[in-house]
Design a protein around this ligand. Sequence first.
Ligand code: SAH
Length: 342
Amino acid sequence: MPKNLYGLTLERLQFELQALGQKKFRAGQLAAWMYQRGVHSFDAMDDLSKELRRRLSNVYSVEPARLIARLNSPSTTKYLLDLNGARVECVLMRHDYGNSVCISSQAGCAMGCAFCASTLNGLERNLTAGEMLSQVLYINDELRAESSKVDSIVVMGTGEPLQNFDNLIGFLEMIHAPYTLGLSYRRLTVSTCGIVPNIDRLAALDLPITLSISLHAPTDELRSRLMPINRTFGLEAVVAAGGRYAQRTGRRVTYEYILIGGLNDSTEQARQLANLLKDQLANVNLIPINPVVERKFNRPTARAIKNFSEVLEARGIGSTVRKEFGAEINAACGQLRNQQSI
Ligand code: SAH
């Protein structure tokens, strides 16, 4: 079987080419074709000699993500992609300030959160750094055809990125590198359910990315019911880790809080949340819960959303209500899975 070069780092490509007796700089040419020009056939790489192209195609292949299904709404496109046999969804959101892509870090998810579709079938496997890159590049290749590009990335799709730490960092480094999209770290956001030791590992790398922490409840009792990970890393430990992250990187941490009608959306709970986050360099992103057919949770009322955010505001905690993207095509937060959810 030919070895797939797509998704390899420049260093790995150099290694492969040197093994064929080629000069290192050829790897840069290959990377530019694959990652910046969307060319997936050796034949078309016309700054490589015919002889080299023939040798490459004997040993290697270039296999980007394969599209299984695509769903469009006016501002959002959801893609179901095949990545070396694993199926994952990713989402393009067209904001007025640019194109943002939400990618998956794992096929399936082991975290078992009560409100989320991604975990219904458990974890299938970790994605490699190259497979995370492939999701972004699939969408970037499409955007190139409209003379556009990917401007920012959120790792908020299926999976827990901090449970796939090394691949996540490999991906962040690759998407930042000039041989791919060269995106500034400030345009990258990683969301976690709160794996404390790995929040600290991430902080130690001191990359200026944005960290989002999924909180969703202001007490351990309720959070443990909604998010099993809370039995391992409780609220206080998670928020303390967020504090260390902010201190180390100087970056404001975003706390995500799904509002579920009648469960965690009272003004008393808003006060508890404000207490928990006082003294933190943080803001709160309120997410009215998106429906998942297998789950029975209520949407919050407009009044509850307003009251909740006013209580936070009055206590000096900035909050935004997440603009809903893609719920009509089941592409919103918590609705992604590894099958056609249509
Ligand atoms: N595992 C990481 C990355 C997934 S991010 C994390 O937990 O942060 C997905 C975001 O969508 C998280 O904030 C998650 O809690 C939220 N989410 C999950 N299910 C949802 C639902 N039904 N409605 C709204 N948001 C949801």
